[in-house]
Write a protein that binds this ligand. Structure first.
Ligand code: AMP
Ligand code: MG
Length: 337
């Protein structure tokens, strides 16, 4: 809950000029507004206002050691906050607007507050491509800090209804831009060190990035414990946690399990969510978080014992899907359950 505020009325705003104007006014007044992007719904606050940013951490129950991504309307606004490098300019030209986040050195004259960057000397920036999000950022005229709009550790939201399921009464508004096109978070690439490093696979594939800039260090950095996570913020192994346990790369399924199917579903499950019958990774990505929610809720209602996920290939968008499933399946601290 935002500091000093009890349960509040969450406005549901329609996508369109008046909803966007209302959302921008709320953001400029330091309020919390969730909004749809092409990746997932973000929980936005004015990134230049430390009180507004503090209320993001409070509403999500997110540790303030975990930095936020600053969303901006265009490349110029991004490079006003972080120091451009040759690679950053090439990547921005190739992939912005779009689901790529770049981590770069913060500029001394940048406007984003230290809290949004969790006190680091780097900042994560992104220019989203969803028309509604771009219009909102233009109308707000300031960088908007926006982590995924879900309680910390839970499954990310890809519709306005998912946002309300987790945060109704804790945030000021949701701008309903319909279901998210990509449905998975952005790819995060760290350009602040000597070699470009993949911090999170996401909506832009590693192959697409490498085709533009060459070699990228893509060794997974999954920290198993909170103390290890301090050196790799946000890389906690357990995330996206459904209440039911999740089993990966299942070759068989029992009647007491819910099945997350990729390709033609295995026979015998107690409940099935089809990610993509034809094995299309883009379709599967866009249906992943809805599927985890439905299988978790309906599976519990039916008294099922867990979720079994069929194997997903590791190339292209499959890498990001496998990453999210591995985190959803990871042993989790009691606080996340
Ligand atoms: P979310 O806001 O839920 O999409 O997650 C954003 C991710 O970006 C988290 O994993 C953060 O740890 C990561 N991130 C944001 N800023 C930085 C930064 N300056 N350096 C490294 N990772 C970052
Ligand atoms: Mg998140």
């Amino acid at each position: 809950m935002p500091p000093g505020r009890g349960r509040i009325m969450t406005e549901l705003l329609e996508d369109g000029p008046s909803g966007i104007d209302r959302a921008a006014r709320l953001l400029r007044a330091g309020r919390l507004v969730a909004f749809g992007t092409e990746t997932v719904y973000g929980l936005g606050a004015d990134a230049t206002d430390p009180r507004a940013v503090a209320s993001i951490f409070a509403a999500k129950g997110r540790p303030s050691s975990n930095p936020l991504i600053a969303h901006v309307a265009d490349e110029a606004a991004a490079f006003a906050e972080v120091e451009a490098t040759g690679l950053a300019e090439i990547l921005a030209a190739a992939f912005w607007p779009g689901p790529l986040t770049l981590v770069l050195k913060r500029r001394a004259d940048g406007t984003v507050c230290a809290l949004a960057a969790a006190g680091l000397d780097t900042l994560a920036v992104r220019v989203p491509d969803a028309p509604s999000a771009r219009a909102l950022l233009r109308a707000t005229g300031r960088p908007v800090a926006a982590p995924s709009a879900n309680p910390s550790g839970r499954v990310s939201p890809s519709t306005a209804a998912h946002v309300l399921a987790g945060l109704d009464g804790r945030i000021d508004a949701v701008l309903d831009a319909g279901p998210c096109r990509v449905g998975l978070e952005s790819t995060i690439l760290d350009l602040s060190g000597p070699v470009p490093r993949l911090l999170r696979p996401g909506g832009i594939t590693l192959e697409a990035l490498q085709a533009v800039i060459g070699p990228i260090d893509a060794a997974p950095i999954v920290a198993a414990t909170a103390s290890q996570a301090l050196s790799a913020p946000g890389q906690l192994a357990s995330h996206y946690a459904p209440a039911l346990s999740l089993r990966l790369d299942a070759g068989r399924v029992s009647a007491t399990e819910a099945l997350l199917a990729f390709g033609p579903p295995l026979d015998g499950a107690g409940l099935v969510w089809r990610l993509s019958d034809r094995g299309d990774l883009g379709e599967a990505a866009s249906r992943l978080f809805s599927g985890l929610r439905v299988l978790d809720q309906d599976g519990q209602r039916l008294g099922l014992s867990g979720i079994a996920a069929m194997p997903i290939p590791g190339e292209g968008l499959g890498a990001a899907i496998r990453d999210r499933l591995a985190r959803a399946a990871a042993p989790r601290p009691d606080s996340v359950r």
